[in-house]
Design a protein around this ligand. Structure first.
Ligand SMILES: NC(=O)c1ccc[n+]([C@@H]2O[C@H](COP(=O)([O-])OP(=O)(O)OC[C@H]3O[C@@H](n4cnc5c(N)ncnc54)[C@H](O)[C@@H]3O)[C@@H](O)[C@H]2O)c1
Length: 253
């Protein structure tokens, strides 16, 4: 399989897209380190993976807004496996919602802290580790189509993701000569706990979002996982610095 023998780290792997990514990477042959603020959720997913593929997964609790926790996450992966080949920076969340003029500064700060700054802090620690160990690697950051189109009433989240896209390109330029590729995957609407909750509260939104995709449906977390697996594997050896939408065509609809 294309990720046989690889060691992968996935942030925000306790549910949703991160859970799907972790399961797909393990199915492609990788050992997976699942990191989440919710340690019990990450352990539960890790146990599910191990029940199908023995010893494929291990979990670690960390609040990724905290540099000390990020350092501990890298140290944990190193102690367990002695190296890292593949990294998916997936954890993010938007805090607050509403017209831009009403957005509270503390919600702006909280959204940036998790969606942009925590990812940047993770990248810093990951890159230092990868450079120190000198092994080729591939990194995928999870973005959002809202970065490409804007997102009414969720503007700060969209702007944070646009910053993630731009950071992905800069870091890809910085790391290419070190044999480290960096790409971003930009999901459309995906069947995650948050989206399910939203559809329960606003049933009309489900139909509208399904119609917004050329394929007339929302995506599954594993469909993001398949693109991440490809970008983390050597099958994508000539791809770096790209932002790739996985969205049933909604970004061009
Ligand atoms: N769901 C979608 O439709 C959709 C669409 C576009 C982009 N995305 C992006 O995909 C990624 C995953 O989204 P999701 O919908 O699966 O999210 P989710 O909220 O279902 O899961 C996110 C996970 O991250 C963890 N997390 C939150 N804060 C953390 C912290 N400080 N430290 C460590 N872990 C933390 C949560 O505990 C949770 O398990 C995010 O980057 C999101 O912006 C999602």
């Amino acid at each position: 399989m294309d990720l046989d023998g690889k060691i992968s780290l996935i942030t925000g792997a306790g549910q949703g897209i991160g859970e799907g990514i972790a399961k797909v990477l393990a199915a492609h042959g990788s050992k997976v380190v699942l990191v989440d603020l919710n340690g019990d959720a990450a352990k539960k997913v890790s146990d599910q993976i191990n029940s199908n593929i023995p010893d494929a997964a291990i979990s670690f609790q960390a609040n990724l807004t905290d540099e000390t926790a990020i350092a501990a996450m890298i140290e944990f992966a190193h102690e367990k496996f002695n190296r890292l080949d593949c990294i998916c920076n997936n954890a993010a969340a938007s805090k607050g919602i509403g017209p831009v003029e009403d957005y509270a500064l503390q919600d702006v700060q909280a959204t940036l802290d998790l969606t942009f700054t925590a990812l940047w802090k993770c990248l810093q620690a990951e890159i230092k580790y990868l450079k120190h160990h000198g092994n080729p690697a591939s990194i995928v950051n999870i973005s959002s189509n809202s970065a490409l189109t804007g997102y009414a009433f969720n503007s700060i989240y969209a702007a944070s993701k646009a910053a993630v896209n731009n950071l992905t390109q800069s870091v890809a330029k910085e790391l290419a000569r070190k044999n480290i590729r960096v790409n971003a995957v930009s999901p459309g609407t995906i069947n995650t706990p948050g989206v399910k909750r939203y559809f329960e509260e606003e049933p009309s939104a489900k139909e509208a979002l399904e119609k917004s995709s050329l394929l007339r449906r929302i995506g599954e977390p594993e469909e993001i996982g398949e693109m991440v697996a490809f970008l983390l594997s050597e099958r994508s050896s000539f791809i770096t610095g790209q932002i790739i939408s996985v969205d049933g065509g909604s970004s061009i609809n």
